[in-house]
Design a protein around this ligand. Structure first.
Ligand SMILES: C[S@@+](CC[C@H](N)C(=O)[O-])C[C@H]1O[C@@H](n2cnc3c(N)ncnc32)[C@H](O)[C@@H]1O
Length: 242
């Protein structure tokens, strides 16, 4: 576990990763932009509501930007453990100056920093929870529930795994159809790309237990809001007191 933690931190805190990340901005927007906008749409805030949301493992803030754009009175708190990713995010969030701040937070270590508010209107995670082992995913979902105000929402956009090889092969076949370069890229990874790939896949979990963990944490309305192949948006809300 200690060594795996170091691998994840080393990758996300490396200049090479951040440089590659910047170079792939257009590709990410093409592949994930619609999902970030759907997350923003799903959050049931009115145009006039002043709301605060947390983006955990926020990176350069792609999900936050979609939410800030759609909900003009929202404020974002973006948490990540990589000063390098947060530094790159500052540049990308300039249009929202005054409506966001970054907080350093290692999701694996737990122990929420004092700079994070104790009650927020929503929490989102985008492409970050799959970096955590299952026990930590489960405890994180419970901690997120505790931080939500009654009526608050949690949404997670992430890849999922299946144990069925036929399903996996079908996901791969269709992914390759979407991106004719995907198969070639898979076969010709640099050492850095291979390390990032292995770090990416090692803790990806199936969908069903994750929905169960949300229910066990106390979430209502646990729902799969969107799915395409191995990527999903799921979440739930904290019921208002009767
Ligand atoms: C694939 S990127 C996704 C970034 C962003 N949420 C997005 O959708 O573009 C994964 C992010 O999770 C962060 N991350 C990974 N492990 C983490 C941990 N243990 N604690 C906090 N952040 C972590 C990385 O630094 C990186 O910014």
């Amino acid at each position: 576990m200690e060594q795996q933690t170091d691998t994840n931190a080393a990758i996300w805190k490396s200049d090479t990763t951040v440089a590659t990340w910047a170079a792939q901005a257009a590709e990410r927007e093409r592949n994930h932009g619609a999902q970030w906008r759907l997350m923003a749409q799903l959050l049931p805030f009115s145009q006039h509501e002043s709301v605060t949301f947390l983006d955990l493992g926020a990176g350069t803030g792609a999900a936050s930007r979609a939410i800030l754009e759609r909900h003009p009175r929202s404020t974002a708190i973006l948490a990540d453990f990589s000063p390098e990713m947060m530094g790159a995010g500052e540049a990308e969030l300039q249009a929202f100056a005054g409506r966001y701040r970054y907080v350093e937070f290692d999701l694996l270590a737990g122990g929420w920093p004092a700079a994070l508010p104790v009650a927020v209107d929503a929490v989102v995670t985008s492409l970050s929870v799959h970096h955590l082992p299952d026990e930590r995913k489960q405890s994180l979902f419970a901690e997120i529930f505790q931080r939500l105000r009654p009526g608050g929402w949690y949404l997670n956009y992430d890849p999922v795994r299946t144990d069925d090889p036929v399903v996996t092969a079908t996901w791969t076949r269709l992914t390759d159809e979407d991106d004719p370069e995907a198969a070639r890229k898979r076969l010709h990874r640099t050492a850095h790309e291979q390390a990032r790939y292995e770090n990416h896949v090692r803790f990806i979990s199936p969908l069903a237990p994750q929905l169960d963990w949300l229910r066990s944490a106390g979430f209502q309305g646990v729902e799969l809001w969107w799915k395409r192949l191995d990527y999903v948006i799921f979440g739930g809300y904290r019921a208002r007191a009767l």
